[in-house]
Design a protein around this ligand. Sequence first.
Ligand code: DGJ
Length: 356
Amino acid sequence: MKFDSIRSIIPQILLGVSALVMTGSAEPIPTAHTEFRPGQPWPDSRGVHINAHGFCLLDFEGRHYWYGAHKIEGKTEDEKNEAGVRCYVSDDLMNWQDQGLVLSVFEKDAHPDLKDAFILDRPKVIYQEATKTFLLYFKLYPPKSKGGKSGKDYAWVGVATSAKPLGPFEYKGYFLGNHDKFGTGDFAIFQDEDGSIHHIAVRKPDKALILGRLSEDGLKPVGEYKVLEGVTIKTEAPAFFRRNGKVYLLGSGTSGWAPNPARMFVADQLAGPYKELPNPCRGVNPINQLGPDKTFGGQSTFVYPVAGRKDAWIAMFDINKPEDPIRAGYIWLPIEFEGEHPVIRWRDQWDLSVFP
Ligand code: DGJ
């Protein structure tokens, strides 16, 4: 009997089986998914819970690539706990094959910035058609000892490139994103229709969201950053998407790894001014009893348009688990629109037929 058929009959047993799979005390069970199950363990094609956190997706030549931070078994978020960026590939967005690390911090010849980094987090990948290059950006916290600050007080933006979606990505250095000593926090990379690349980041220490344009090769900022007008509440975990000529920003509040209410903004252009919309979340996640005031227990990381479907967007969240990050989970939910207002309704399970 397939793992998925077991799951459709007795979800509780699934949770037990998946837990065994994830702790490595049982052989992985091959899995074929026919629906998304937000908040539940998500085994890859070998039956192992997907290990790619703070993630993004990229659609390239008809395949989906999921890039995320690979967390190390047994390490907490207070320790150096990432091995690098891991990639999974899928043709249907549900069933994912592990492709291994596309950027490793532990390679013998890894750059010292990577080897010594305290955390490598929230990787985002884009494809630059003009140069046929994949650009990988990530939050890179310097070692704890730097400047006597805690490794989590400020971050750089690391950049790596590859000619292939599965890497290996070559580290190209970092930028601060703010032209000062504090660097930035969470960020999004927005590739505009004209190919220009923009970096939108949480400025440290005041947590304003700032926008800067990157050079043609995408490796560093050019010119000054501007504060995003209209984003008047401290917002992190930013995820942008453009729909019907409007730019939407999905984000979270700032409470570390703990969940808080999601927020949504809309603007006519990337630089703003933004208008705040109501909290897009509706309903309750029955697994943890959390609703809109805690984003179902999740924190935004990405919004993905589903190629080949009309007006089809998936809002993607991490369920942070700082005490055991390798077992942190994922919430993917379709975005509905009430007029111009995006709505993200909890669903226990769903598939792509929800889109027209
Ligand atoms: C909030 C960020 O959104 C997370 O990615 C993580 O960096 C935590 N802060 C750390 O406290």
